[in-house]
Design a binder for this molecule. Structure first.
Ligand code: ZN
Length: 337
């Protein structure tokens, strides 16, 4: 009861990349980079184990960004052609690379890294991938013309990658779809279909992560504009519940999401955010336990996994460590009742 996991990303050590910054460039040269990524991933793996996290991952130490990590080695993307784009419906502007030709995945992207992680732990191993809709909202297109078409192409490549990750020993594969919480109509129109294509034929446990974003200023500002109750999940959860995804990772702690919206996912296991990802808050284990118990009023305990609200990449390493341990200890407290 009340297993624990994180959404995925964790801060990078300062010797690997500039801390508390998204899209920070690597600080090691090519010859040392792979060793450095492995060392950082291993440090976070041991920290997760010490903290009592049940389903562990690499903290996304092998990729610069949760979306662009998957894109770097694909064909069809011009990384020199940077297009300014209003990401997540203009919540923030980023200079993103541009798709200029048919997309091809010639080689595995994260599979060698997953193989390495598998060799280092006996715990359940989770690997994260960006979802097709979120990729299309983090990358400019001058080739496909329709987002739905480009998303489907990405879904095919994500499926190839996910099957190879599964063969490499990943127990859990998570697709990050924060864009689902923004483009509510498109979720039903083509978002779910693209997600289904990405998950097709997988035997590993599948998760879709849908949140209100990292704890960065642009997102905090956006959330404050959403009113007293955040009902985005209400529109999309019925679609998600009818889909074949097995688990849903959602934001909960410190949010204005009505908790009873979790009842719209009666057929799924829920990864409930029991820890916030703001840069200035460290929860106590008791607070985490209280969040888990509050969620358990709306979700059967055997369908509830305690998680973070979102990735912790932009936080300080010290704070992220504290949150991992609060999560592990909070779940222990929540199980006692
Ligand atoms: Zn998130």
């Amino acid at each position: 009861m009340f297993l624990t996991t994180t959404v995925g990303s964790l801060p990078k050590p300062a010797w690997l990349a500039e801390p508390e910054k998204l899209w920070a460039a690597w600080r090691l040269d090519a010859a040392q980079l792979q060793d450095g990524k492995q060392r950082a991933a291993l440090e976070w793996l041991r920290e997760q184990e010490r903290a009592g996290i049940d389903i562990v991952g690499d903290g996304e130490q092998f990729r610069i960004h949760f979306v662009h990590g998957f894109l770097e080695t694909l064909e069809g993307i011009d990384w020199n052609l940077k297009t300014p784009m209003g990401i997540r419906n203009n919540r923030y502007i980023a200079e993103v690379p541009t798709v200029t030709a048919p997309l091809k995945r010639r080689a595995a992207v994260h599979v060698a890294d997953a193989t390495f992680m598998r060799s280092q732990t006996t715990r359940a191993l989770k690997v994260t991938l960006p979802g097709p809709m979120t990729i299309c909202d983090t990358l400019a297109d001058s080739h496909y013309g329709r987002r739905a078409d480009m998303a489907l192409r990405f879904a095919e490549m994500l499926n190839e990658e996910a099957r190879e990750l599964e063969a490499a020993g990943a127990d859990v594969i998570q697709f990050d779809e924060p864009a689902f919480n923004v483009f509510l109509d498109e979720v039903g129109d083509w978002g779910i279909a693209a997600l289904e294509r990405a998950m097709q034929g997988l035997k590993a446990t599948t998760i879709v992560h849908i949140c209100y974003g990292y704890g960065i200023e642009a997102n905090v500002k956006w959330k404050s504009s959403l009113g007293d109750t955040w009902r985005q999940y209400e529109s999309i959860f019925p679609w998600i519940n009818a889909s074949s995804v097995q688990q849903v990772s959602l934001e909960f702690a410190g949010s204005r999401i009505p908790p009873d919206l979790m009842r719209l996912l009666p057929d799924k296991t829920l990864l409930v955010g029991a820890v916030e990802v703001l840069p200035d808050k460290l929860e106590s284990a008791e607070e985490v336990a209280a969040n888990i118990r509050a969620a358990a009023k709306h979700v059967d305990s055997d369908r509830l996994i305690a998680c973070t609200n979102c990735g912790m990449a932009p936080l300080s390493a010290e704070l992220a460590r504290g949150k991992l341990h609060a999560l592990g200890r909070g779940a222990v407290l929540a199980r006692r009742r």
